[in-house]
Design a protein around this ligand. Structure first.
Ligand code: AMP
Length: 196
């Protein structure tokens, strides 16, 4: 079983307009606190990010926020976190998130969420880490993305092995179970000569 005591969550800095998504963020936060899992995230107090952090803190859990200096100035930073880490830039922030966490989850969000999810998935594909990455497909939010990934497999741009690296579930408990059972392939498929 994978040790999962610190999980980094990528999610929207906007609220969106689907209450089920906010509810899922709250449920994830409560589940983290219940299982003693520390939340690592982008330190904003707004949007789904803020709802998630609040739910962990309200349930007496731990939250580490990591924010680059330039975003801190926008007065959206959550100042009530267990720990706030300031980085020089976005790249350093991503490295710090990776260094502190032993798993990653993407909740619904926008462009920033997708960028973070796919960079950490690319690192796994390249064998730069072996940590589980989960996608919470809340209320069908990621159905279209899953379809695009299937098209990428069908058209020969993503191998089935790499497609399967992304763990997907519509429930919080189901996703955490898949992540705990995750075992990264020994040899990154990407690096073998018969990768097609
Ligand atoms: P988006 O999905 O475009 O709303 O972007 C969300 C992701 O980008 C989060 O996981 C954050 O790491 C980062 N991000 C975007 N806006 C902010 C903000 N105002 N404060 C902190 N992080 C942010």
């Amino acid at each position: 079983m994978h040790r999962l005591d610190t999980i980094c969550v990528f999610c929207g800095s906007s609220d969106g307009n689907d209450q089920l998504i906010t509810d899922a963020a709250k449920e994830l936060g409560q589940t983290f606190a219940k299982h003693n899992i520390t939340l690592v995230y982008g330190a904003a107090k707004i949007g789904v990010m803020g709802a998630l952090a609040k739910s962990v803190l309200d349930a007496s859990g731990k939250v580490i926020g990591i924010i680059p200096e330039f975003l801190k100035k926008k007065e959206v930073v959550h100042l009530g976190l267990t720990q706030l880490v300031t980085t020089e830039n976005m790249h350093e922030r991503k490295l710090k998130m990776h260094e502190l966490s032993n798993g990653f989850i993407a909740l619904p969000g926008g462009i920033g969420t997708l960028e973070e999810l796919f960079e950490i998935l690319t690192w796994l594909q390249l064998g730069l880490h072996t940590k589980p990455i989960g996608l919470l497909n809340c209320n069908g939010f990621y159905d279209d993305l899953m379809q695009l990934l299937e098209t990428m497999v069908r058209k020969g741009f993503v191998t089935m092995e790499n497609y399967e690296l992304l763990l997907i579930d519509s429930t919080v408990e189901g996703l955490l179970q898949k992540m705990a059972a995750f075992k990264a392939p020994n040899i990154p498929h990407w690096l073998t000569k018969d990768r097609a």
